[in-house]
Design a protein around this ligand. Structure first.
Ligand SMILES: [Zn+2]
Length: 171
């Protein structure tokens, strides 16, 4: 029986070879520590703003997330050729950063980079026989969509409520 960490290392090497990238890869507590200043680590992250760039994965059991983040590394490496934009928000004012983050979360699964990373992760897990990981990614995508629909619907409702409160207080 191959243990989880050995499998994680094997997939890391496999993905590096297949994508022709070589980021540092952190997992578990170390991954959380490394990504602290970029916000809390939910499942995984790819940090290109640092040299060397790195991939962080919360759980070594999550090969789909590893494949997703490694694909971001590939996008970063081929950003000119493949026309992917990587914009740093570190020099923007705090409020713009918050706004950009909120918009990003809403449009997350319509984002070309995320769609490509998810498609790649699904394909990678499918061909390596990790069918439970395929299901997990598909479930995550579905949940993201649902959260977006709720958020988008909640916006006009919120504006309407503000209007009602305003009208009530003024009149
Ligand atoms: Zn992503």
């Amino acid at each position: 029986m191959v243990d989880e960490k050995t499998l994680f290392y094997a997939h890391t090497e496999n993905l590096k070879r297949e994508l022709n990238v070589d980021p540092l890869v952190f997992f578990g507590e170390e991954a959380k520590e490394k990504t602290k200043k970029y916000g809390s680590l939910f499942l995984g992250a790819h940090v290109w703003e640092e040299n060397p760039e790195f991939v962080a994965v919360a759980d070594t059991n999550n090969i789909g997330i590893l494949a997703h983040e490694m694909r971001h590394s590939w996008q970063y490496k081929n950003r000119n050729k493949e026309n992917y934009t990587f914009r740093s928000s570190s020099n923007k004012p705090w409020i713009l950063k918050k706004l950009a983050r909120a918009l990003y979360l809403i449009y997350y699964s319509f984002n070309r980079k995320e769609m490509d990373a998810n498609n790649y992760a699904i394909e990678y897990c499918r061909k390596t026989g990790l069918h439970h990981e395929v299901l997990r990614i598909e479930k995550l995508i579905k949940e993201n969509r649902l959260a977006q629909v709720i958020t988008i619907l909640a916006h006009p409702l919120f504006v309407y409520l503000l209007y009602v409160v305003w009208a009530y207080l003024i009149v």
